[in-house]
Write a protein that binds this ligand. Structure first.
Ligand SMILES: C[S@@+](CC[C@H](N)C(=O)[O-])C[C@H]1O[C@@H](n2cnc3c(N)ncnc32)[C@H](O)[C@@H]1O
Length: 205
C-alpha cells in the first residue's frame, strides 16, 4: 500500500501513467476517463455545487468542476498532490489528512451537495469503508449524492476473473469494492459497471 510519501513520488507522473492504462483498456485504470466524465456531468446537472473530493490527487476532476463555478473542498494525505491541485484551484479549500482516521475536523462543519471519491477509497478495508461512507452520508445535503468511482465489481466472482486476467499486475495491497458485499449496509447504494475493472457507485441519504 502506498504511503503519503509514495503518492508524493507518484504525483508528477500520475496523470500520464493513469492515462496510459486507461487508453490500453487494462487494469487498474480502464474506464477512468469515462467515470470522471460521468461524475462531472451528474454533479454539474444538480442545482447546487458545494463539492467535497476525498483523495483528490492532482485535481483532474475537481479542477473541471472548479472552472465551472463549483466550491471545492477536499482531503488528501500527499503534500505533493495537494500542492499540484492547489496550483490549479487557488480558492479551493484543501486539507491534509489521512482518511483512514476519518474526515479532517474542519470538513465536518460543512454540508455538501456532492461528495466524490475516485480511485482513493480502495485504500480502506471493507469495515473501514462502511464506517467512513456512513460519516460521509451525514455530511450530505438532503438532495445530495456521493459518487465513488474506482476499481469495483458487482460480485466477488467478477473480481476474481479480473484478478486472473491481471496476473502479476494485480495489487494485493488494495481492497476493491464488491457491491454485493456492501449494499446490505446502504439501502440507496447503486452500482454501474464502467469497464472490465471499474464501477461507479452512488448513494443518497
Ligand atoms: C490513485 S490517486 C486518485 C486521485 C484522483 N482522485 C483521481 O481520480 O485521479 C489516490 C489519491 O488518494 C490519496 N490517498 C490515498 N490514501 C489516502 C489516505 N489514507 N488518506 C488521504 N488520502 C489518501 C493519495 O494521496 C492520492 O492523491
Amino acid at each position: 500500500m502506498l504511503s503519503s510519501k509514495g503518492f508524493d513520488l507518484w504525483a508528477d507522473d500520475y496523470d500520464k501513467s493513469v492515462g496510459l492504462s486507461d487508453e490500453d483498456g487494462t487494469y487498474p485504470f480502464a474506464g477512468y476517463k469515462a467515470i470522471l466524465n460521468e461524475i462531472y456531468n451528474r454533479v454539474l446537472s444538480a442545482p447546487s455545487k458545494n463539492i467535497l473530493d476525498i483523495g483528490f490527487g492532482t485535481g483532474t476532476l475537481t479542477t473541471k468542476l472548479y472552472e465551472n463555478g463549483c466550491m471545492i473542498y477536499g482531503q488528501d494525505f500527499s503534500d505533493r498532490m495537494i500542492e499540484l491541485a492547489q496550483e490549479k484551484m487557488p480558492n479551493a479549500i484543501l486539507y491534509q489528512g489521512d482518511f483512514s482516521n476519518g474526515l479532517s475536523e474542519p470538513l465536518l462543519h460543512q454540508k455538501y451537495d456532492s461528495i466524490i471519491a475516485t480511485y482513493s477509497l480502495h485504500h480502506l478495508m471493507d469495515q473501514q469503508k462502511v464506517s467512513f461512507i456512513k460519516t460521509l452520508l451525514t455530511q450530505l445535503n438532503e438532495e445530495g449524492c456521493i459518487y465513488i468511482g474506482d476499481v469495483a465489481f458487482e460480485t466477488r466472482a467478477e473480481l476474481h476473473k479480473c484478478m486472473g486476467e491481471a496476473g502479476d499486475e494485480w495489487d494485493d495491497d488494495e481492497f476493491y469494492f464488491v457491491f454485493d458485499e456492501l449494499k446490505g449496509h446502504f439501502p440507496t447504494m447503486r452500482f454501474e459497471k464502467m469497464s472490465s475493472c471499474a464501477g461507479l457507485i452512488s448513494l443518497q441519504k
